[in-house]
Design a protein around this ligand. Sequence first.
Ligand SMILES: *[C@@H]1O[C@H](CO)[C@@H](O)[C@H](O)[C@H]1NC(C)=O
Ligand SMILES: *[C@@H]1O[C@H](CO)[C@@H](O)[C@H](O)[C@H]1NC(C)=O
Ligand SMILES: *[C@@H]1O[C@H](CO)[C@@H](O)[C@H](O)[C@H]1NC(C)=O
Ligand SMILES: *[C@@H]1O[C@H](CO)[C@@H](O)[C@H](O)[C@H]1NC(C)=O
Ligand SMILES: *[C@@H]1O[C@H](CO)[C@@H](O)[C@H](O)[C@H]1NC(C)=O
Ligand SMILES: *[C@@H]1O[C@H](CO)[C@@H](O)[C@H](O)[C@H]1NC(C)=O
Length: 317
Amino acid sequence: MLGRALLSTSLGLLSVGAVSASTLSWNATEYLFVFGDSYTTDGYNISAGIDSPDPGYTSSNGLNWVEFLSGTYNQTDITTFDLASGGATIDAALVPPYLPTVLSVVDQVSQFSEYLASKPADAEWDSTNSLFAIWIGINDVGNSEGWTNITRPDFYSTLMDRLFSQVDTLYASGARSFLFLTVPPTNRAPLFIEQGPTAAATMGDNIADYNAQLTARVRNLTTYYASDLGSVTLFDTQPVFNTLLDNAETFGFVNSTGYCAAYENGTPTPTYQVEGCAPVSNYFWLNTLHPLFTVHNILAKAITTALAGYPATQIAV
Ligand SMILES: *[C@@H]1O[C@H](CO)[C@@H](O)[C@H](O)[C@H]1NC(C)=O
Ligand SMILES: *[C@@H]1O[C@H](CO)[C@@H](O)[C@H](O)[C@H]1NC(C)=O
Ligand SMILES: *[C@@H]1O[C@H](CO)[C@@H](O)[C@H](O)[C@H]1NC(C)=O
Ligand SMILES: *[C@@H]1O[C@H](CO)[C@@H](O)[C@H](O)[C@H]1NC(C)=O
Ligand SMILES: *[C@@H]1O[C@H](CO)[C@@H](O)[C@H](O)[C@H]1NC(C)=O
Ligand SMILES: *[C@@H]1O[C@H](CO)[C@@H](O)[C@H](O)[C@H]1NC(C)=O
């Protein structure tokens, strides 16, 4: 504990010294590069051309956190490259995704290297105005949950080695400011609730272990690259999800454990309603695994609070 207190004190001093040189504040962010899974993708396909449109294919039945971040809670005109892919894991060779066509974070970082690292026309980013956001792990933990051929702390450590090798690749291309998000309590999603309280509790423990390892690696990143980094934010999604789920009625969510099957593949309008269910916008879960845009909105707001330098549920790094 003492070591950590000393570390954060010295990092605090460091960041004061680095302010003018490299600290990226939210109000100066002009480029956002995003890596992740279905919680994060908007269907953008950079292989179809760097200028191909954001088709808005999200898992939230509306905008997702990236779109709220860059289009609602933005203080600047942000150019976003969302390379996320639905179903993504860190590396398909470590945790296979549900379909072989899914692009892992390793694949997404390869796309970054191929299309964006050279700072081409329409993506003339630089180290001081660009934020690299990574939200991954939901499917790494989820897809490997039933495996008996791994020892969990060790396997998650292998996952972290792979993830942070990708962060090193981004760093080598000039990335200096990072946003990491922890895995949310997907053990409270209908998909895992259905497997019974014991399985769900085990998964909650596994997510906590994954997140603890993520935290240690992000701290290592800030120590290792030290004053050469811009801003590094580790945002904890757990308190946001848990507070909303624990107080669902207060926040106007009609059901914290279930969803309405009629809506699970998306609805024609954001407030669509069928007989026997509340309007789709009043649910927390759209389907077995994905929260609605209302949740993404609250999450994005809290993330920008952290990025703007104010207390939110970020974990000190
Ligand atoms: C931008 O944000 C930083 C803190 O992140 C703050 O110090 C600065 O005053 C802000 N600039 C403007 C123009 O509001
Ligand atoms: C992305 O675009 C490329 C090139 O047009 C195409 O081959 C690929 O199938 C597309 N990927 C998806 C997921 O639509
Ligand atoms: C935020 O992004 C939206 C969508 O790109 C843009 O219309 C708006 O001007 C931006 N806000 C600011 C303050 O730049
Ligand atoms: C564990 O089993 C899964 C499912 O069969 C497989 O995909 C994975 O590669 C195995 N992992 C190890 C480390 O053996
Ligand atoms: C810390 O990060 C550096 C750079 O990614 C890496 O080489 C090193 O192995 C990491 N150390 C630990 C203990 O994770
Ligand atoms: C919430 O969803 C669960 C699981 O589908 C269901 O059993 C329960 O009746 C629902 N509760 C309400 C208030 O709709």
